[in-house]
Design a binder for this molecule. Structure first.
Ligand code: MLC
Length: 415
């Protein structure tokens, strides 16, 4: 089935895959926490714990209040049943009233985790659920990182050279260039744009904006991918806390919060098939499901936290969410790069990844989609400082796993 028309992808949408609240309970994000990003020299489980402590601190809740924990496994220190490992380490288990789940949808994990936490709350199974991710891929040597990363998405029959993941995305980028006329420069401008965003975030790894020339001149990693167009390898942890409205009213919680009003998930193949076509992508379907559930469309969203592990991912995402028509994502990026040329650009004019995304904020393996949620929380609660989009009310956050293999989308709204 060819899907050059985005409505075809939306046509695959199955209504029952929702996060809607069957018992009239609403799920609120009440706290977010991060560690610094960079080369930290700490174990992933330590980073997860630190991030969780900060998220609970922002929520004003003690650890013992958690009755749900969702964790995303790390690459640097993988554990059997990551969430159980963490819950046991932290003393959350043994306890009979705690539900603990490990989610592995690659980089989509934090959003899948958010949707899972939301479901646990909506079903009335949990009142306070944390979603946690952390990794230390910067503290692995280059060789060890690539040995592990290459194994994740390698086609056993295929010929993708190492580094496998950048080469996999590169194949898709070349296809997008041939199919839709996206240019090499438009791809590189994704990194320029993200670096301009990151320069306004005090915690981002990339402090100085790149130029188009510097991106194109950085070391070549794959045919149309340079080093500055790769997710910026880092260590870091991030966590969020999701709570039910009934619990929050019981304890008289009055801190700012954000509700989850829609969600969507969809899947693609683990690695690019021999012939690339529209069928391998899944973000369109995840977005269509999320918009349908929230009964909203692109015009209702004030901030977009879009996955951008490589430029092609961001280009496809701006098309999938509806900011640009199919095939026009590259031109949209070019326009946004034009808008941010002078230093005084207004964040409302470029409402995407105001933190800088994987390309520039930093990318601790499967953690970064959590940064999309955390930036959305900051925007919707008016805490984004110089990055603030005035009166931002709704956000869409997207996580992508593997090589377009898992898409998870959530729509958030200021409570
Ligand atoms: C790297 N550098 C960057 C950068 N990327 N600087 C700015 N912006 C970026 N985007 C810098 C590094 O900090 C370092 O600086 C120098 O460039 C070299 O980078 P490196 O990573 O230390 O180099 P090397 O070990 O040679 O590895 C290069 C690489 C690797 C391209 C093979 O970085 C890589 O594989 N990156 C992609 C990571 C990845 O695949 N993540 C998952 C994405 S897929 P200095 O000053 O220290 O020399 C996904 C989905 C999923 O997200 O499910 O996971």
């Amino acid at each position: 089935m060819s899907q050059s028309d985005p409505t075809t992808a939306a046509g695959r949408h199955h209504a029952p895959r929702t996060v809607s609240e069957p018992h009239g309970i609403q799920a609120h994000i009440v706290g977010c926490g991060t560690t610094p990003v960079g080369k930290l020299g700490a174990r992933p489980s330590t980073l997860m714990r630190r991030a969780l402590e900060r998220a609970l601190g922002q929520a004003g809740l003690p650890l013992r209040q958690l009755d749900g924990l969702v964790a995303i496994p790390s690459l640097a220190e993988p554990h059997f049943m990551e969430a159980h490992f963490l819950a046991t380490q932290m003393g959350l288990l043994p306890r009979k009233d705690v539900i603990v789940r490990t989610i592995d949808t690659g980089g989509a994990g934090p959003i899948t985790g958010l949707l899972e936490a939301t479901r646990l709350v909506h079903q009335g199974w949990c009142d306070v659920v944390a979603v946690v991710a952390g990794d230390a891929v910067s503290s692995l040597s280059r060789e060890e990182f690539l040995r592990r990363a290459d194994q994740t998405c390698r086609d056993p029959e295929g010929e993708l050279p190492s580094p496998v993941i950048p080469h996999g995305y590169d194949r898709v980028a070349q296809w997008q260039m041939r199919t839709y006329g996206t240019t090499r420069e438009q791809l590189a401008l994704c990194s320029v744009l993200m670096s301009r965003m990151a320069a306004r975030h005090p915690d981002a790894l990339t402090r100085k904006p790149h130029t188009l020339e510097s991106v194109l001149a950085s070391a070549q990693v794959a045919p149309v991918t340079s080093t500055l167009e790769c997710a910026r390898r880092a260590d870091g942890g991030a966590a969020i806390v999701v709570a039910s409205d009934r619990f929050l009213s019981q304890i008289g919680h009055t801190r700012p919060s954000v509700i989850v009003v829609g969600g969507g998930e969809a899947s693609g193949p683990l690695y690019p098939p021999p012939v690339i076509d529209e069928d391998m992508f899944s973000c369109e379907e995840a977005c269509a499901t999320a918009y349908a559930e929230a009964r909203l469309n692109v015009g209702d969203i004030d901030f977009f936290g879009l996955y951008d592990c490589f430029p092609i991912c961001l280009v496809r995402a701006v098309e999938a969410v509806g900011l640009a028509a199919k095939g026009e994502g590259g031109r949209w990026i070019e326009q946004m790069a034009e808008r941010t040329r002078s230093d005084d650009w207004n964040p409302a004019d470029v409402p995407v990844n105001t933190h800088g995304g994987l390309l520039a904020y930093g990318a601790p393996w499967e953690v970064p989609a959590m940064y999309n949620v955390i930036e959305a929380f900051a925007q919707l609660t008016g805490q984004a400082g110089s990055r603030q989009i005035p009166d931002a009310r709704r956000a869409l956050v997207y996580g992508n796993g593997g090589i377009f293999s898992a898409s998870a989308v959530a729509i958030l709204q200021r409570a």
